[in-house]
Write a protein that binds this ligand. Structure first.
Ligand code: UDP
Length: 471
């Protein structure tokens, strides 16, 4: 027996407290546990409270264990919560900068205490790895302090990671943070044939990148350079040259697509209460409905919301539109729902997977959040793309220009009602042109998860790699 076979890994996993990060972290926790790891996954108390309320499990008791069902099925997963440094009822969105400063400074002290307690708890197997979200600024310090393998989990595509990773190269070449900003094509990022400056993550497009979010993101990417291993929710078969170039620099494992499996159904992951859309969808013909969602974070402006609403009224296509209740800009025109009658359904949140897997869905007007992109490909739903911030511009490039499984909603970044109506109406008939590519791309996802596919074997390699680091 190899010495590694006696080693049992125990990883602490800490997602950034945002919907688009909690989903892949929870799915990955289940996946790693099903491969024999012991997992302790950590949510902030505020996120835990929202999960409980959204699922009507309770009004937020901290002792409810969201993994109890998974554990009954034999998975070794512990769940715990910590304070993010703010009172539970603190308005985080309304005090964004103060909250970000807190995540910078105060939250890391709470993480330090928690990790210290877990490391010293005589847990069997002992904690050996830290799997922190790449967007945190503290993992290298904490991993070093407690002698843990530092695994940075990047929940976006490799193309976005490598753009940030080569930020200095962009700076030197005048494509970022420069007085003489260049707008021509970028050809020098290793493993990336060519990328337009407008396809970089939005934080790399700002002429004055000095805001708190910039500082936070750039510092976290600096910290990721010190990680022992990077893991990523992407697919080697889809981003092979970018990933190969990154592997020259660091151990980089593509583990995607990291989707829910049987156990995950029992685990609450939604931060908003889901509306039941299925009866409405059941009443619609096959492939006739456009699903519209801009995800959990991005807000479109009040003007864009009005253009979108009027565009939908002008269009003849049926739609489900997710308008989050927290988004005060999303003020629909009065009588919108009356005017649209049974052709449209507006919901504050839904089970996206239930919606896009429904046969009535014929297209997805999306902000190109990375989870949404992977989910859409998996359910073979063509995309109409309207990126708003962060990696969504980069993801759009992959969807529209590289894999050709989506079209752009508009040529620029400004929404106009006539253009929206015309694009949506055309899209529902022209989307057939995308279906061959969708079939092929979906097959790549299926293959990568199979026994011989790269994600399947990357899990095996990752586990061998981690064990060798703690020997
Ligand atoms: N989602 C959902 N219901 C909705 C909107 C989104 O379940 O009404 C889920 C979606 O399936 C995805 C996640 O929320 O897993 C959003 O992540 P994504 O990366 O697409 O976008 P983000 O919210 O991070 O911008």
């Amino acid at each position: 027996m190899e010495p590694e076979e006696n080693i049992k890994l125990h990883a602490i996993m800490i997602p950034v407290p945002l919907q688009g990060h909690i989903v892949p972290f929870i799915n990955l926790a289940i996946k790693l546990a099903s491969k024999g790891l012991t997992i302790t996954i950590v949510n902030t108390q505020q996120i835990h409270q929202r999960l409980m309320k959204a699922q009507s499990i309770s009004d937020g008791t901290l002792d409810y264990d969201i993994f109890s069902e998974a554990r009954k099925s034999g998975l070794d997963i512990q769940y715990t919560t910590i304070s993010d440094g703010f009172p539970l009822n603190f308005d985080r969105a309304g005090n964004h900068d103060q909250y970000m400063e807190g995540l910078f400074h105060v939250f890391s002290a709470h993480v330090d205490d928690l990790v210290g307690n877990l490391v010293n708890s005589n847990h069997n197997p002992p904690v050996s790895c830290l799997i922190a979200d790449t967007f945190y600024v503290w993992p290298s310090e904490i991993a070093k302090k407690y002698n843990l393998v530092n695994i940075s989990f990047w929940t976006e595509p490799a193309l976005a990671f490598t753009s940030y990773y080569h930020m200095d190269l962009l700076r030197i070449n005048g494509h970022f943070g420069s007085q003489d900003y260049r707008e021509d094509m970028i050809h020098y990022i290793p493993g990336v044939d060519a990328i337009e400056p407008g396809d970089l993550p939005s934080y790399l497009q700002d002429p004055e990148p000095w805001g708190i979010m910039h500082r936070y993101i750039f510092k976290s990417l600096e910290d990721a350079r010190k990680a022992d291993v990077i893991i990523c929710n992407t697919v080697q078969e889809l981003e092979s040259s970018t990933i190969s170039a990154l592997q020259e620099i660091k151990p980089f494992y593509a583990l995607g697509p990291i989707f829910p499996n049987g156990f995950t159904k029992s685990i609450p992951t939604n931060l908003w209460r889901e509306s039941d859309t299925v009866p409405w969808l059941n009443s619609k013909p096959k492939g006739s409905v456009m699903y519209i969602s801009f995800g959990s974070l991005a807000n479109i402006t009040r003007q864009d919301t009005l253009e979108m609403a009027h565009g939908l009224l002008l269009s003849i296509v049926s739609f489900i539109w997710v308008v989050r209740p927290d988004n005060t800009w999303n003020l629909l025109p009065s009588r919108f729902e009356d005017d649209v009658k049974d052709r449209g359904l507006v919901v504050p949140w839904c089970s996206q997977i239930d919606v896009i897997s429904h046969p009535a869905i014929g297209g997805f007007l999306t902000h190109c959040g990375w989870n949404s992109v992977l989910e859409s490909i998996w359910y073979k739903v063509p995309m109409l793309c309207f990126p708003i911030l962060t990696d969504q511009f980069t993801n759009r490039k992959l969807v529209v220009s590289e894999w050709k499984v989506g079209f752009d909603l508009c040529s620029g970044r400004i929404l106009r009602q006539q253009e929206i109506a015309q694009k949506i109406d055309c899209f529902m008939t022209e989307a057939d042109k995308l279906r061959i590519n969708l079939e092929e791309t979906r097959k790549k996802l299926e293959y990568t998860l199979s026994k011989n596919g790269s994600s399947g074997s990357n899990y095996k390699q990752l586990i061998i790699d981690l064990k060798s680091r703690i020997l």
